[in-house]
Design a protein around this ligand. Structure first.
Ligand SMILES: Cc1ncc(COP(=O)(O)O)c(C=O)c1O
Length: 341
């Protein structure tokens, strides 16, 4: 444990960047391998105005968390799955792929050096943001010749304002987040810029987030701008299948495995029509940032559908197991935790 810790009120953490001690930094040329890289002081980065990332959005990122656990360990959750998704995202955007061990090591080294910024057990987590972008200048559209990889971290509390209160969502009928065979299943920065305008409009109207629909018929639900979605009806859980335009969420996959293998709940990955969601007993969303958050209300074409004021029984059971495994309050039967010394 480091002694030069800044003063953080762990009870007042939200989801905003807090400057920490250091970040990981590495470079790579288009046809080369990632150099070893290492820690540098947390700080601003100099960039050419013609950088590939600024002009053509050549950038992808990841999001994962480190926890101080019940057993006084520092745990990463399914970091290998983030590494694999990063490999896919980089490939899809013509960024040199980094191998799994390089990625995992960079995350571990960064967490280790900033371990005093991890909130105490039960008070939040250290959000980890690995990000990679095209650094070299380009005037015409192309995959540039040089790339930068950074891992920075920030202590965080709840993602949504108001903590874990049920979300008030709107079905977005005017805008889509991603198209089939586009980049919706990569964690590409452009997906998030596409979601900003609908999000800003929805927040102005008093909603927490929006639910996106498929961009062919606009009848099937896809996901939120920052999380996957689940519905429960008569004891069965359903979530939209990975069609290509939805992000393959680590939490989504974890909930599927927890529900089917540990809780003996029937889980289906399938197409879900808007109507089916609006008739569900429970709706909840999943993500590293949001964990498992219940949905209280959904508005569709000005009609409001209510799903209760708290967490439904199935979401509650899944969350108890998920957070129990993450914090070592429960056994880890899937071997999901990786420890940082
Ligand atoms: C668009 C989108 N969908 C789903 C998720 C959930 O993914 P994960 O559980 O890996 O955090 C995220 C979160 O980062 C996201 O940005």
């Amino acid at each position: 444990m480091r002694s030069d810790k800044i003063n953080i009120d762990w009870d007042k953490l939200g989801f905003n960047p807090i400057k920490t001690r250091s970040m990981y930094f590495a470079n790579c040329s288009l046809n080369g391998r990632w150099n070893k890289g290492g820690l540098v002081p947390y700080g601003n980065i100099e960039l050419s105005p013609a950088a590939g990332v600024l002009n053509y959005g050549q950038g992808v990122f990841e999001g994962t968390k480190a926890f101080n656990t019940y057993n006084n360990n520092i745990a990463l959750f399914r970091i290998d799955k983030n590494a694999k998704r990063m490999a896919w995202s980089t490939k899809r955007l013509c960024i040199p792929q980094m191998d799994i061990d390089f990625f995992v090591n960079a995350v571990k080294v960064t967490v280790q050096d900033n371990s005093d910024y991890i909130p105490p057990y039960g008070k939040g987590s250290l959000y980890i943001r690995p990000i990679v972008w095209g650094t070299a200048p380009a005037l015409g559209v192309k995959a540039v010749s040089e790339y930068t990889f950074v891992v920075f971290v920030s202590p965080v509390g709840p993602y949504f304002k108001g903590g874990i209160k049920p979300l008030n969502l709107k079905i977005e009928t005017n805008y889509h987040r991603a198209a089939p065979r586009g980049i919706g299943n990569a964690k590409a920065i452009g997906n998030y810029s596409a979601s900003l305008y609908p999000l800003v409009m929805a927040k102005k109207e008093g909603y927490d987030e929006v639910i996106y629909l498929d961009s062919i018929d606009g009848e099937m639900i896809e996901e939120l701008g920052s999380a996957n979605i689940f519905i429960c009806k008569d004891g069965t859980i359903k979530t939209p299948k990975l069609s290509g335009s939805i992000l393959d969420g680590v939490t989504r996959d974890s909930v599927i495995k927890i529900a089917s293998d540990l809780l003996d709940i029937n889980v289906e990955q399938t197409d879900i029509h808007i109507k089916e969601m609006l008739e569900a007993d429970e709706v909840f969303c999943t993500g590293t940032a949001v964990t498992i958050t219940p949905v209280g209300k959904i508005t569709h074409n000005n009609q409001v559908f209510e799903f209760g004021n708290g967490m439904g029984p199935i979401a509650k059971k899944c969350k108890k197991v998920l957070t129990g495994i993450q914090r070592q309050e429960l056994d880890d039967p899937f071997g999901w935790l990786h420890f940082v010394d």
